[in-house]
Design a protein around this ligand. Structure first.
Ligand code: NAP
Length: 566
């Protein structure tokens, strides 16, 4: 982009799905880039999540890159839902095939990023103390990458081995003859519980909130199945880009409350038998918006739990209650409920007998000590903002990102935050990110960012920033959309409710992937409406924004447009 070879066009943080694709796209577009990765290998979330049973619960033909037809054609997925090691194999293949590794410095944490407003450059400092200068800062740090500890007194005194699912060691952990405890029953806990039942001496599950778990129906893929998928990849991806969840499964617009009991039963049985993560949510248009509609699904799944779990008292504890179906992320698992029929698996209901402390011998709940050799914390993440706020990011006037977001993250379109020019957040808060197909959300964001940077380069613009009014209007719109749904009725990580002291603001955009993609494209087509752009010559002369058509009038127009709802 510029002449000075010591100044990079962009620093990228992370080498998971997002970081790898950002390296590829920005490099192909002719930008000089450097990526930093804290781990000693690529893979991002999959690099750290190697716990037994770890696998993605979107199907491989959706949870994979779509940018290269050749890559799609040559890659053989062995199973419907790839394991973490299969995903690592895939991502390593992508890194090798497109020569991405050469742009990544491993074992290097980015510790700070400070914007120099005179020079319009980000000074990015790493754990080695070295600072690099770049025009753009692109954290591709993932939405679920900073593990959340369980905040239980005495945890450091435990005498056995302690693990967090989100920081699993890279060596084999032997569970033979071990008494294992798992705290947490979200997606990670559900997977690790299924994998360890029967593989250790005794498994104790500490459950605070029972979740909805629907069958995964995972199976190996035959060559014929793979050929069928390949033949329709193009069409599938094109449809997915327009849908609410970024996958090519039609969403019904019918109402669950208006359907007869028989109609509902038939649909729900079909969803149970031919399940995939979003199956139940697709059955009726009002499931995530109407409590009575939602309760029909919830009660159907509770009925299945009662059928599978033989001991009625245990089944009763496993019944999810107190939040609508889908408002905490549902989980997938083929054997989850049946593991509780085993004599060597015990469920501890923390609502009835809360954890008091951890001691060297194990976990003490209000009904006594549960002796353990291994303690697994499947207690989740400081989601959506944790990885960004771990970096000491400072924007205009030296303002810290943590100060700006002290009452909740604010962005325009989940792509930029006002006061922090030339910083793009890949699948940042305020975008659909984790409420749609993540790999598709990542590609959409990275493509948009690349086009934006090309536009700036072509028009000699050296600064872009989210407009204050556009940002406020967008965040208002994000809240407006969620308020029409049931999502605010659950203490979920979407809301930051799982991290003590975190501001509780619902951060993912719920208007749907397709709608959101169009909005981003429209904003770009209108000359980056709502953003403030500054020409290089103007930067040198003054600090006043001058982009014709992109000033206050355009920002007000954007505010009006966005306030109208999706
Ligand atoms: P999570 O959904 O946040 O679940 C954390 C669990 O730990 C919850 O059951 C929570 O209980 C419990 N917990 C937290 N602190 C606790 C404490 N002090 N005492 C007792 N229990 C405590 O985290 P996760 O399972 O790691 O999943 C996070 C997200 O990662 C998922 O929603 C999903 O998006 C993604 N993920 C995906 C996959 C996949 O694709 N297969 C696999 C794993 C994760 P409460 O509910 O009561 O807070």
């Amino acid at each position: 982009m510029g002449q000075d070879s010591t100044i990079l066009d962009a620093v990228i943080v992370g080498s998971g799905f997002a970081g790898l694709y950002a390296i590829k796209r920005l490099r192909d577009a002719g930008f000089s880039i450097q990526a930093f990765e804290a781990g000693d290998g690529i893979g991002g979330t999959w690099y750290w999540n190697r716990y037994p049973g770890a696998r993605v619960d979107l199907e491989c033909w959706d949870y994979s890159y779509s940018f290269s037809p050749e890559l799609q054609d040559e890659w053989d997925w062995p199973e419907r839902y790839p394991t973490s090691s299969e995903l690592m194999r895939y991502l390593n293949h992508v890194a090798d095939r497109f020569h991405l590794r050469e742009s990544i410095q491993f074992n290097t944490k980015v510790t700070s990023a400070v914007f120099d407003e005179q020079a319009n450059l980000w000074n990015v400092t790493t754990s080695y103390g070295k600072t690099v200068k770049a025009r753009f800062f692109v954290p591709a740090t993932g939405v679920l990458s900073v593990p959340k500890p369980p905040e239980i007194p005495g945890i450091e005194t435990f005498g056995g081995q302690t693990y967090h699912t989100g920081r699993w060691p890279h060596h084999e952990v032997d569970f033979t003859n071990k008494r294992v405890g798992v705290i947490g029953t979200g997606s990670s806990g559900i997977q690790v519980i299924q994998a360890l039942a029967g593989k250790c001496k005794h498994l104790t599950v500490f459950q605070r909130t029972a979740v909805f778990v629907v069958p995964a129906k995972n199976h190996p893929l035959t060559p014929a199945m793979r050929a069928r998928v390949r033949a329709t990849y193009g069409e599938r991806r094109a449809i997915s880009r327009l849908t609410r969840f970024g996958i090519a499964v039609p969403m019904s617009s019918e109402s669950a409350v208006e359907a007869t009991v028989e109609e509902r039963q038939k649909k729900y049985e079909n969803a149970w038998e031919n399940s995939q993560l979003l199956g139940f949510r697709m059955c009726y248009g009002d499931i995530l918006a109407d409590e009575a509609a939602n309760e029909t699904v919830a009660e159907f799944i509770r009925g299945k739990i009662r059928e599978i779990v033989k001991k009625p008292d245990v089944a009763e504890k496993l019944l999810p209650r107190g939040f609508p179906f889908g408002t905490k992320r549902p989980c997938l698992g083929d054997t989850y409920y049946s593991v509780y029929n085993r004599d060597d698996v015990e469920l501890v209901d923390l609502r009835a007998t809360p954890i008091e402390r951890i001691v060297p011998e194990g976990v003490v709940t209000s009904d006594g000590l549960h002796e353990l050799d291994v303690l697994i914390c499947a207690t989740g993440y400081d989601a959506l903002t944790g990885a960004l706020t771990q970096i000491d990011v400072r924007g205009l006037g030296g303002r810290k990102l943590t100060d700006k977001w002290s009452e909740g993250a604010k962005t325009y379109l989940g792509l930029m935050t006002a006061g922090f020019p030339n910083l793009f957040t890949v699948t940042g808060p305020g975008s659909p990110g984790p409420l749609a197909n993540m790999s598709m959300s990542i590609e959409q964001h990275v493509d948009w960012i690349t086009h934006c940077m090309e536009h700036l380069r072509d028009h000699n613009i050296d600064r872009i920033e989210a407009g204050q009014h556009a940002e406020e209007a967008w965040m208002q719109h994000v809240q407006e959309i969620v308020s029409r749904t049931l999502y605010l009725k659950a203490n979920s990580w979407y809301l930051g409710a799982n991290v003590p002291g975190k501001p509780q603001v619902f951060l993912p955009y719920l208007g749907g992937h397709g709608t959101y993609r169009k909005k981003c494209d429209d904003v770009a087509a209108a000359g980056y409406e709502g953003f403030v752009l500054r020409h290089r010559a103007e930067s040198e002369a003054a600090n006043e924004p001058v982009n014709a058509g992109h000033g206050e009038a355009a920002r007000s127009a954007a505010a009006g447009m966005l306030g109208g709802g999706a």
